[in-house]
Design a binder for this molecule. Structure first.
Ligand SMILES: *[C@@H]1O[C@H](CO)[C@@H](O)[C@H](O)[C@H]1NC(C)=O
Ligand SMILES: *[C@@H]1O[C@H](CO)[C@@H](O)[C@H](O)[C@H]1NC(C)=O
Ligand SMILES: *[C@@H]1O[C@H](CO)[C@@H](O)[C@H](O)[C@H]1NC(C)=O
Length: 630
C-alpha cells in the first residue's frame, strides 16, 4: 500500500497537468476560431485586442470555465460571411447572437453542426442566404432559433420535430418555398410570415394567429379554407400528404369534415357554457364574496367582442346593494368632463383597451357622446381609509401632462378609476404596434415633444415632496392626445397595489437597485424615464423578450453599441430616415437618456435637470428647422 502511494499522487499530478494543458489548449483553439471569424467578418466592433492572451475580454465574447460559451454581437454593423473553422470551432458555444447586423451574408456554415451545446441562435435581421440546414434541428440542446428577416431560401427542413427542446422558431421575412412541415413540438413562438410558402397549414399549427402565416400562399386554418386543394391532414403526421388525383372527391370530403367539425364544435361550446353556468350558480350559492377578484366576466370575454355593447363591470351591480360602504357611488374630482353616475357608467358601452400591471382598462362611451377611460384595479392591498386618502391626493394633482383623474369608485369587491380618455392610445402601441398598416411613424419633433411632456409631468410629481414618485414609468403609461401631446398615466398607484401583482420579471424599466415595486424612489423614476427616452429614440422595446433573454437590457445595449461605433447606429431607422443632416439633437437627447440610466442612483440627474436639458434640445431643434429631405 505504502509503496503505491507516491505513484498514485504522481498520477494525480500528471492528470492535473494534462487537464490544465487541455483547458488552455481549448481556450487557445477558441481564440484561433475567433481570429478566423474576424478575418472574414468586418466591422468596427471586431477591433479586438489581439495582444491580449485570452479572448474572454473581447467585446461580445463571454467565457465560462475557460471556454467561450457565448458570442453576442447584436446590432454591431458587421458585414461579410461566416467562415468555416470560425464559430463552428467554438465547441462549447451555447449562445450565438448576430442579430440585426443587416449586412452579414452567405450561408450558415456547415461546421455549425459541431455546436452540440448551442441553445440560442439569433441570426435575425441580416442577409444570410442559402437553405436552412437540417442539422440545426438535430443539435440536441437547441431551444430558440430565430432566422427571421434574412434571405434564406428553399424548403423548411422536415426534421424540425427532431429538436425536442425547441420553443422558438422564427422564420418570417425570408424567401422560403414549399409547404410547412407538420410541427408537433410545443412551440411558444412561431412565425413563418412573408415568405413564398404554399400548400395547406398543418393542423398542428392551426391554433397560431393568422399573422404568423400571412404573406405566403398558404391556406387552411387560421387562414382561408383550402378551396379544391387537399384538405389539411386531420392527425399529426411527419410528412405532408401525397397529392391525390381525385380532388373533387376530396373537397366533398373536406366539406363533410367541416360540417361535422362545426356541429361538434357547437355542441362542445354549448356544453362548456352549460358547465360554466352551473359552476357560477354554485359559487353564488356558496357566497364567495370574500374573493377580491370578480367572480364573472373576465375582461378577455369582452375583448373578444370589443365593439359590442356591454356593461363595463358587471359584478359591481351585484354588490352595490350591500350595506356598510362609505359611498356607494363615484367620488368626483373634476366635473368639467360631464356628469354621470355609477349606473350610467356601467350602462355605457365598453371596449377593452388593455391589461396593465395595475388592472384592466376600458373605454366607456356614453350615449350623449362623452368618452372616458375606466381602470379596474386588481390586487389592491391597502385598507379602504388609506385607499381613499391616497386617491384624494392623486385627484388633487393637476398638470397639463398628467392624465386627469376624473373620479373613483371603491367597494369591497371593486375599485375603479375614471380617467380622461386619450384618443391616440399609448406611446408603446404607437412605437411597437403593427408596422405598415398605414401607421405613421413618429417624427423627431413629435418624439422630442413626447419626451419633454413626460419629463415635465414627472418633474411636477417629484416637486411635491421628496417621497412622491410616479413608480411605474414605461411607454404604455405615456398616452397621447389627438394632437400627440404626451400625458402620463398610472402615477402614484404603485404603493396601493400588491407588489406580487406588479411584474417581478425583468420588465426592462426597473432601476437595478429596486427590490420592492411598491417603493420606487425618485432616482429610480429617473432611471425608468431614461429607458423610456432610449426606447423613444431606438424604437426598441425594453421588454423585448430577446433583449432580456440574452441578459442585455436596453441601456446596456445602447452603451455597448455606442462604445464601439457612432451613436447613430442605435437610432430607430424610422426616425433617421426623415432626418437627413440633423442627428445632432437626437444624439444629445440619447445622451440625456443614457445619463438617466446610470448604474448608481447618485450618478443620475434630477428630473428638474433632465427637463431643463430636454427643453434646450427641443428649443434648438425648433429654432433650426430641419431641411426637407428627399
Ligand atoms: C477547427 O477544427 C478543425 C477540426 O477539429 C481543425 O482541423 C481546425 O484546425 C480548427 N480550426 C482552427 C482555426 O482552430
Ligand atoms: C491589449 O492587451 C495587452 C495585453 O493584455 C495590454 O497590455 C494592452 O494594454 C491592451 N491594449 C488595449 C488598447 O487595451
Ligand atoms: C409575424 O411576423 C410579422 C412580421 O413579418 C408580424 O407582423 C406578425 O405580428 C408576427 N406574428 C406573430 C404571431 O408572431
Amino acid at each position: 500500500m505504502i509503496k503505491y502511494k507516491p505513484k498514485l499522487s504522481l498520477c494525480v499530478v500528471y492528470l492535473f497537468v494534462f487537464y490544465l494543458a487541455a483547458v488552455t489548449s481549448d481556450l487557445e483553439s477558441d481564440r484561433r476560431a475567433l481570429v478566423v471569424l474576424r478575418k472574414s467578418v468586418r466591422g468596427r466592433t471586431l477591433l479586438w485586442n489581439m495582444s491580449a492572451p485570452s479572448p474572454c475580454d473581447w467585446h461580445g465574447v463571454h467565457c465560462d470555465a475557460g471556454r467561450v460559451t457565448a458570442l453576442r454581437l447584436p446590432g454591431a454593423g458587421l458585414f461579410g460571411s461566416l467562415p468555416i473553422g470560425g464559430i463552428g470551432n467554438l465547441t462549447e458555444l451555447q449562445t450565438l447572437s448576430l442579430r440585426f447586423n443587416s449586412a452579414l451574408s452567405g450561408p450558415i456554415p456547415s461546421d455549425f453542426s459541431n455546436l452540440v451545446l448551442l441553445r440560442y441562435l439569433y441570426l435575425q435581421g441580416n442577409a444570410f442566404s442559402g437553405e436552412i440546414p437540417s442539422f440545426l434541428f438535430t443539435l440536441p440542446n437547441v431551444i430558440r432559433i430565430n432566422l427571421g428577416e434574412n434571405k434564406f431560401s428553399g424548403r423548411i427542413p422536415d426534421n424540425v420535430n427532431s429538436a425536442t427542446r425547441l420553443v422558438t422558431l422564427y422564420l418570417e421575412r425570408n424567401q422560403l418555398t414549399g409547404p410547412i412541415p407538420e410541427i408537433t413540438l410545443p412551440l411558444q413562438q412561431f412565425n413563418v410570415s412573408s415568405n413564398q410558402l404554399d400548400g395547406s397549414i398543418p393542423s398542428s399549427l392551426s391554433s397560431w394567429p393568422s399573422t404568423a402565416f400571412e404573406g405566403n400562399t398558404l391556406c387552411g386554418k387560421p387562414l382561408n379554407l383550402c378551396v379544391g386543394g387537399p384538405a389539411p391532414e386531420p392527425g399529426p403526421g411527419p410528412n405532408p400528404p401525397p397529392e391525390k388525383k381525385d380532388s373533387d372527391k376530396l373537397s366533398t370530403g373536406a366539406i363533410v369534415g367541416i360540417v361535422i367539425g362545426c356541429v361538434v364544435g357547437l355542441l362542445v361550446l354549448l356544453l362548456i357554457l352549460f358547465c360554466l353556468c352551473r359552476k357560477r350558480k354554485k359559487k353564488e350559492e356558496n357566497g364567495q364574496a370574500r374573493n377580491v377578484e370578480a367572480p364573472v366576466a373576465p375582461p378577455a370575454t369582452a375583448a373578444a367582442i370589443p365593439k359590442e355593447r356591454a356593461a363595463v363591470v358587471p359584478p359591481v351591480k351585484a354588490t352595490s346593494s350591500e350595506s356598510g360602504v362609505v359611498s356607494k357611488d363615484l367620488i368626483f374630482f373634476v366635473k368639467t368632463f360631464g356628469e354621470f353616475d355609477l349606473d350610467g357608467l356601467l350602462k355605457a358601452s365598453a371596449e377593452v383597451l388593455g391589461k396593465g400591471t395595475v388592472g384592466s382598462s376600458y373605454k366607456a362611451s356614453f350615449d350623449h357622446g362623452l368618452i372616458v377611460a375606466v381602470k379596474r384595479l386588481r390586487d389592491v392591498v391597502v385598507p379602504e381609509k388609506e385607499f381613499r386618502e391616497r386617491l384624494q391626493v392623486l385627484g388633487s394633482m393637476s398638470h397639463p401632462n398628467l392624465v386627469t383623474l376624473i373620479a373613483y369608485y371603491f367597494s369591497r369587491d371593486e375599485k375603479l378609476l375614471v380617467f380622461e380618455y386619450m384618443s391616440r392610445g399609448s406611446l408603446s402601441a404607437i412605437l411597437h404596434g403593427n408596422k405598415g398598416n398605414g401607421r405613421t411613424p413618429l417624427n423627431w419633433e413629435t418624439r422630442v415633444g413626447v419626451a419633454l411632456g413626460a419629463a415635465r409631468a414627472i418633474k411636477f410629481l417629484h416637486s411635491r415632496d421628496a417621497t412622491t414618485s410616479h413608480g411605474n414609468i414605461k411607454s404604455s403609461n405615456v398616452l397621447l392626445s389627438e394632437s400627440y401631446e404626451a400625458k402620463v398615466s398610472d402615477y402614484g398607484l404603485a404603493p396601493i397595489i400588491s407588489s406580487t401583482s406588479a411584474p417581478n420579471r425583468i420588465d426592462g424599466y426597473r432601476a437595478p437597485e429596486v427590490t420592492d415595486a411598491r417603493k420606487i424612489s425618485q432616482k429610480a423614476d429617473v432611471y425608468s424615464f431614461g429607458v423610456l427616452i432610449l426606447e423613444l429614440l431606438t424604437g426598441k422595446s425594453p421588454t423585448h423578450q430577446q433583449l432580456n433573454e440574452e441578459g442585455v437590457d436596453l441601456p446596456r445595449w445602447v452603451q455597448s453599441v455606442t462604445d464601439q461605433q457612432s451613436p447613430s447606429e442605435v437610432l430607430d431607422p424610422e426616425l433617421t430616415r426623415y432626418q437627413p443632416e440633423g442627428n445632432e439633437n437626437i444624439i444629445r437627447l440619447l445622451k440625456i437618456g443614457m445619463s438617466c440610466t446610470a448604474q448608481y442612483p447618485d450618478s443620475r440627474p434630477s428630473m428638474a435637470d433632465v427637463t431643463r436639458l430636454i427643453e434646450e434640445v427641443s428649443h434648438s431643434s425648433g429654432s433650426s428647422p430641419n431641411p426637407i429631405s428627399d
